[in-house]
Ligand binder design. Structure first.
Ligand code: HEC
Ligand code: HEC
Length: 233
């Protein structure tokens, strides 16, 4: 279980969620969405909202559009929602908009994006929107956020920078257990080791790469302190 969480968290940080959006096309819907729509729509999951936002967050759009489609059979819902997006982005209007009156007044009707992207690009975006912004992914993202919030900052960084692929708190892995390192060194020395790397000090052939070009000094300090305190592994 721990292992699964770890890899989910790593994925979350690395952000390389290799999406399979390319069902009908080899265009990257995720990238296109960022390029063409993020100027106005917030793309976070869970979404960020603000007083002065100029458009609803994309997650709200996705949920909203899907909910509003009138279908006689649930299997039509997704295809219809995609068709709506493909039409609306090029031909928006107050009468077509599914926003309530108040929101529409607040944002104004979306300007047509004709000329900013091709029909194929829009199709790839529509595919991606509904694949990504759904209840399952929202729940997962929220669960990860909650766990990260509860985590010590040092541990968060250890996940982010891949330390935990070679180290564990209490047991040796590729590298020595953090508790042993904590007992052996001062805070300063731990910081130096992370910065410059290490080899041949622990009776293993494996070496510890230097991190000075990869991790900002401030994060190295936080990591070192977390290892030295050694109470939240
Ligand atoms: C210049 C700002 C702007 C850009 C760029 C933009 N939008 Fe919008 N969009 C809006 C605003 C404002 C609204 C809300 C008013 C409305 O419904 O027209 C909106 C609404 C929508 C809606 C309808 C939601 C509903 O509930 O009716 C969809 C679908 C949509 N946008 C998709 C996109 C996609 C996809 C892109 C990128 C290709 C995009 N938008 C780019 C401003 C923008
Ligand atoms: C590729 C595997 C690997 C990764 C990734 C890794 N380490 Fe290490 N680490 C090691 C090994 C192996 C050693 C023992 C090296 C030796 O024998 O001197 C070590 C030793 C250390 C030491 C003690 C160094 C010394 O001077 O004795 C510290 C502190 C440390 N690691 C922290 C970290 C932190 C923090 C990270 C993440 C930023 C990290 N390590 C990532 C393999 C790794």
């Amino acid at each position: 279980m721990k292992k699964i969480l770890l890899s989910v968290l790593t994925l979350f940080f690395v952000g390389c969620n290799s999406s399979s959006t390319q069902q009908h096309t080899n265009l990257d819907g995720k990238k296109l969405l960022e390029q063409k729509c993020s100027k106005c729509h917030n793309l976070d999951l869970p979404p960020k909202t603000s007083e002065d936002e100029v458009a609803p967050p994309m997650m709200a759009v996705a949920f909203h559009v899907k909910d509003f489609m009138q279908v006689s059979n649930e299997s039509e819902r997704l295809p219809k929602a995609k068709e709506f997006v493909k039409d609306y982005v090029f031909n928006p209007s107050a009468s077509k908009s599914l926003c309530d009156k108040k929101s529409l007044q607040r944002y104004g009707v979306m300007p047509s994006q004709k000329g900013n992207l091709t029909q194929e690009e829009l199709a790839a975006i529509a595919e991606y929107i509904f694949e990504h912004f759904n209840v399952k992914n929202l729940n997962e993202a929220q669960a990860i956020q909650n766990r990260l919030k509860k985590m010590a900052p040092g541990k968060r960084l250890a996940i982010k920078y891949g330390c935990l692929s070679c180290h564990k708190g209490k047991k040796d892995l590729v590298g020595p257990a953090f508790v042993k390192i904590s007992q052996k060194y001062s805070l300063e020395d731990i910081q130096k080791s992370i910065t410059n790397g290490s080899s041949a000090k622990w009776g293993t052939k494996a070496i510890m790469p230097p991190f000075k070009t990869r991790i900002p000094q401030q994060d190295i300090a936080t990591l070192a302190k977390w290892i030295k305190d050694a109470n939240s592994f």
